[in-house]
Design a protein around this ligand. Structure first.
Ligand code: SF4
Ligand code: SF4
Length: 456
């Protein structure tokens, strides 16, 4: 596939793209610098995936490895959001917000800065190397590598305290893993945004392939108005439409396609051809939007403004948004109510029961309590399920009916618990019991079921 030399164009959609690009760039690079106090034992980076300690931080939320389903939920939300937006506005995500588009755009701006606009770049590429060409090319590639490294640094900063990463970079003490990631992300950004470009969207990204399943006649897409534009200039002597065959919509297209050929899988709905054609229409004094964001229904509709809401609220978009709201609601509820303590209880695998010298029957259990919060937990353990039940925790020497346990932040306690009941000739072989752990600070209660065995 021949290299594409998109021409730079000014206009409404180019400005929206630029504002989006700057906003996303800032969001990406500033995100890892936001601090969030979590006490002394936990990192203070608001957004961090702490792989060595196996947890993720999202402001006040901590995600542990056993809560990986939140990541699945987030991916489902992202997919539903994408389906919703695609059914409304086609590949608008690709045209404005996809990281590949954003970085390709930045790379193209750098290329244009050092090598000039389309015609100059074509000329430069076809000329033989001299000092001027070499300087321009070297400056472009060094800047591309710099941006690639910035992207890599930003990414690794979400996995490695970003302040420490900066210090370690300055003192050349970055860990081996981080160095490999920095190197490979720099190289892949340089390769994909600098050279592979539109081929990623055409051949590598699956989204473009299945977008056709999400769009319909009401989806707003960049469309050429055939009725108004055809026959174009240069197509015989007959009466002409508004298209003057200037080719401007083609030369600005980052995907190298001609939107006048109709809806194409390659089109990322970026709107640059709209800006290009509108600039031509302004010059020749014709109405704007020969190419524009239109749905086939809206463009044929005589009463656009009255029915626009109907196009937005249709079965497909309502279903996507409803499922989105339900999944988001479930996730939000579960995140705000999730337990910061894990209790596990397992019965001793040795003797099923023991008769102790005072005649009571005793069962033994191993309990583990894990404090997932960054604060000390004061808890109370009780056991229910039978009359006259008493238990002894291994670090005390008396049987009690409740016991207070203090667990340090991020720490696990392991205890052996002995439960005894008087031997009163019970008419059961085993009975269900409940281990109840109450957080005395939050009143949160965790219950684990197990069984008490009195005979074989
Ligand atoms: S055809 Fe227009 S909207 Fe589609 S990718 Fe090309 S410039 Fe962007
Ligand atoms: S920019 Fe407009 S007038 Fe020029 S070729 Fe494209 S559609 Fe025709």
């Amino acid at each position: 596939m021949a290299k594409i030399y998109p021409q730079i164009i000014k206009g409404k959609f180019r400005s929206i793209k630029d504002i989006t690009l700057i906003g996303l760039f800032l969001l990406y690079f500033c995100g890892s610098w936001i601090r969030w106090g979590r006490g002394e034992r936990s990192p203070d980076q608001a957004l961090l995936i702490d792989l060595p300690n196996r947890r993720a931080y999202l402001f006040g939320i901590e995600i542990w490895p056993d809560e990986i389903y939140y990541i699945t939920g987030a991916l489902i939300l992202a997919a539903l959001g994408l389906f919703f937006v695609t059914s409304l506005l086609g590949r608008i995500w690709c045209g404005y917000t996809c990281p590949h588009t954003v970085f390709t755009d930045i790379f193209l701006k750098i290329e244009t800065f050092f090598q000039g606009d389309r015609n100059k770049r074509i000329k430069l590429d076809s000329s033989s190397y001299d000092i001027d060409k070499l300087t321009r090319k070297v400056a472009t590639h060094i800047s591309w590598l710099g941006i690639g490294f910035l992207f890599a640094f930003g990414w690794v900063g979400y996995f490695y305290d970003v302040k420490k990463l900066l210090q370690d970079l300055i003192t050349l003490k970055v860990s081996g893993n981080a160095t490999i990631w920095l190197f490979s992300l720099t190289a892949s950004t340089y390769l994909f945004a600098g050279f592979v470009r539109q081929r990623v969207c055409m051949y590598m990204c699956p989204y473009g392939r299945f977008q056709s399943a999400m769009i319909d006649k009401e989806t707003v897409l960049v469309t050429y108005d055939n009725e108004r534009g055809e026959p174009r200039a240069g197509e015989g002597e007959q009466e002409r439409g508004d298209c003057i065959s200037c080719n401007k919509c083609v030369v600005v297209c980052p995907m190298g396609i001609d939107i006048r050929d109709g809806l194409q899988m390659e089109c990322i709905n970026c709107g640059l051809c709209v800006d290009a054609c509108n600039s031509v229409m302004e010059k020749i004094g014709k109405p704007l939007d020969l190419i524009g964001y239109k749905s086939s229904v809206i463009s044929n509709d005589q009463q656009k403004s009255k029915t626009i809401l109907k196009h937005i609220f249709r079965a497909k978009t309502i279903i996507f948004s409803l499922v989105f709201v339900i999944v988001a609601g479930v996730m939000l509820y579960s995140l705000t109510n999730k337990s910061t303590c894990i209790l596990s209880v397992s019965k001793d695998h040795g003797a099923l029961f023991t008769v102790i010298p005072d005649g009571s029957i005793r069962n033994t259990y191993d309990i583990k309590i894990f404090n997932k919060s960054s604060r000390i937990k004061n808890t109370e353990l009780t056991i229910e399920g039978m009359e006259n039940i008493k238990f002894m925790v291994q670090d005390i020497s008396e049987y009690v009916d409740k016991y207070n346990l203090k667990i340090k932040p991020d720490a696990e306690l392991e205890y052996r618990v002995f439960i005894k009941i008087p031997n009163d000739n019970y008419n059961f072989k085993q009975k269900d019991i409940k281990f109840i752990l109450k957080d005395l600070n939050t009143n949160e209660i965790i219950v684990k079921h197990n069984s008490f065995v009195v005979s074989r």
